[in-house]
Design a protein around this ligand. Structure first.
Ligand SMILES: C[S@@+](CC[C@H](N)C(=O)[O-])C[C@H]1O[C@@H](n2cnc3c(N)ncnc32)[C@H](O)[C@@H]1O
Length: 289
């Protein structure tokens, strides 16, 4: 099945891992899909669950997808906006990019967020401590060519279609709140920031967050899948061995193209930690055998 790409780019985007995730997770469409760290939303949008709770600490991501849901952002309005602002970018270059950036930081809105995300350096989403978007210009005044705008417009159309066919709820909130709002019947897919890559994200992420996450996820009775990294050419992630040695772990090689530095843009073995079968599931497996 063809994997589609959503309109917003984020570091750590799992586009290339969607087939792998789809193959190994124990999920059927009757279960609500819950993502405490939705990022671009690429995983859920490709899974097309009937019902989903999609959350993130970054309010701009949530506002963007809510705006698609309530149709204040649509293919037509995005095309008009990008044609207009793209033309100004062509004429005025970086001055225009930085003008939109300060406009967005004073008064955030989903159109400017999309513009910045698609014309900033390396498609990154990064905020300073005061919550201001601070990624520099990609230095391509001709960024919004007709073909590029059409590509983005098609991505909006696709996501709008998925959201309109499925029951999606988007919320800005900390992952702990999202977990507390999920039931044992839900399937939870967790893709937290990786500790060594935290500066790229809205909010911060520490080893204490990682420890909290491991403790809470391990208490969960319902099914879950947790994405993390297992190893790269320099080291192995001891977090996985220390916390999840008794859990089924699936791995896949992946190359990250988005990142602030060369060391963040390298090959990594991704791990998907899967919940243990519950007692009920385990006994039905035994009966089947
Ligand atoms: C690795 S990214 C998720 C990528 C996503 N799976 C994708 O494929 O696009 C991690 C996300 O966690 C979010 N995040 C960081 N701290 C958070 C927190 N305390 N609670 C909820 N989300 C948080 C970031 O804003 C970021 O979007």
């Amino acid at each position: 099945m063809r994997i589609r790409v959503p309109p917003i780019k984020t570091q750590g985007i799992k586009t290339k891992l969607v087939p792998f995730i789809r193959k190994v997770v124990d999920w059927t469409n009757e279960k609500r899909w819950v993502e405490p760290f939705m990022g671009s939303g690429v995983v859920a949008f490709n899974m097309e669950p009937q019902s989903a709770l999609m959350c993130d600490a970054n309010p701009h991501l949530i506002d963007f997808y809510r705006s698609i849901q309530n149709r204040s952002v649509c293919a037509k309005s995005v095309r008009e906006f990008l044609e207009l602002e793209g033309e100004s970018l062509r004429k005025r270059g970086s001055d225009h990019f930085y003008e939109i950036r300060s406009r967005f930081n004073k008064n955030p809105n989903p159109f400017d967020f999309l513009f910045l995300n698609r014309s900033c350096f390396n498609g990154m989403i990064r905020f300073n401590r005061k919550g201001a978007f601070n990624v520099p210009f990609c230095r391509k005044p001709d960024r919004f060519r007709a073909a590029y705008i059409t590509k983005i417009v098609n991505q909006i159309d696709w996501v709008a279609d998925v959201i309109s066919r499925c029951d999606f709820e988007f919320k800005t909130q900390d992952w702990r709140v999202t977990l507390s709002q999920s039931s044992d019947e839900d399937f939870v897919y967790l893709d937290p920031p990786y500790v060594a890559r935290t500066t790229d994200y809205h909010g911060s992420w520490s080893t204490a967050d990682d420890d909290d996450l491991a403790a809470l996820v391990k208490k969960r009775i319902g099914n879950f899948a947790l994405s993390t990294w297992l190893e790269n050419r320099y080291r192995r992630n001891s977090y996985v061995d220390e916390n999840f040695s008794e859990y089924p772990i699936h791995t896949q090689e992946h190359f990250y193209h988005l990142g602030a530095t060369e060391t963040l843009r390298n090959s990594i073995t991704e791990a998907l930690i899967i919940s243990q079968p519950t007692v009920k599931q385990a006994s039905s497996h035994l009966k089947a055998a």
